[in-house]
Design a protein around this ligand. Structure first.
Ligand SMILES: *[C@@H]1O[C@H](CO)[C@@H](O)[C@H](O)[C@H]1NC(C)=O
Length: 185
């Protein structure tokens, strides 16, 4: 018993030191959607590929996305048993200026998974990045690096509905569904 506890403690310690999360995130589904009257963000060629369901493909931003006009919102839903019974989570992101949104969320949740010039040609986002540049960008075979993700995340299926807004109108977005499981030690 004491040995088991010691072992668990050591595993946790190693995780802490190596910043390894206690959970594993895998991509379940990517579902792009169109805007109400026009679509300025296109994710329809982004797919999950292979047994590991890595992200691969490209996405397009049409038009410079500046802080005055463009906003992003994120709605989060969780299905703890993974049975499709989704409940709204409290950690939603209300409509937020696009540059703020990228600096806060893209930098924490997505950017650590990418290597500029290698797995993506999307420019590195930092404090001064604004507007988010228009263009077509590739993502090559990318798995989520969760190092900078929060330690506490719900297990089960989590669905994020990421909507882009311009002039108050929905201009398209992406639904991302991921599975979050305890890491097997
Ligand atoms: C991965 O995406 C690239 C475009 O960025 C595409 O050319 C390639 O065919 C994709 N690979 C697979 C296996 O879908």
């Amino acid at each position: 018993m004491r040995r088991t506890l010691l072992l668990i403690f050591l595993v946790q310690l190693v995780r802490y030191i190596t910043a390894e999360q206690s959970y594993v995130v895998s991509n379940e589904k990517l579902e792009p959607f169109e805007g109400d009257s026009e679509t300025l963000v296109l994710f329809d060629t982004l797919k999950t590929i292979g047994r590991e369901r890595a992200l691969n493909g490209s996405f397009k931003f049409l038009g410079e996305m500046n802080n005055d006009d463009f906003k992003v919102s994120v709605e989060l839903y969780s299905s703890p048993n993974g049975d499709g019974d989704f409940k709204r989570m409290v950690m939603d992101v209300p409509q937020t200026s696009i540059c703020e949104c990228f600096k806060k969320f893209y930098v924490q949740f997505v950017q650590p998974s990418l290597k500029q010039g290698e797995t993506t040609n999307f420019p590195i986002v930092d404090e001064d990045t604004c507007p988010i540049p228009e263009g077509e960008y590739y993502i090559k075979n990318v798995l989520f690096n969760t190092e900078d993700w929060p330690q506490q995340v719900p297990r089960g299926i989590v669905k994020a509905i990421i909507t882009f807004w311009s002039g108050g109108k929905n201009v398209g977005g992406l639904i991302v569904v991921v599975k979050i499981e305890d890491r097997q030690s």
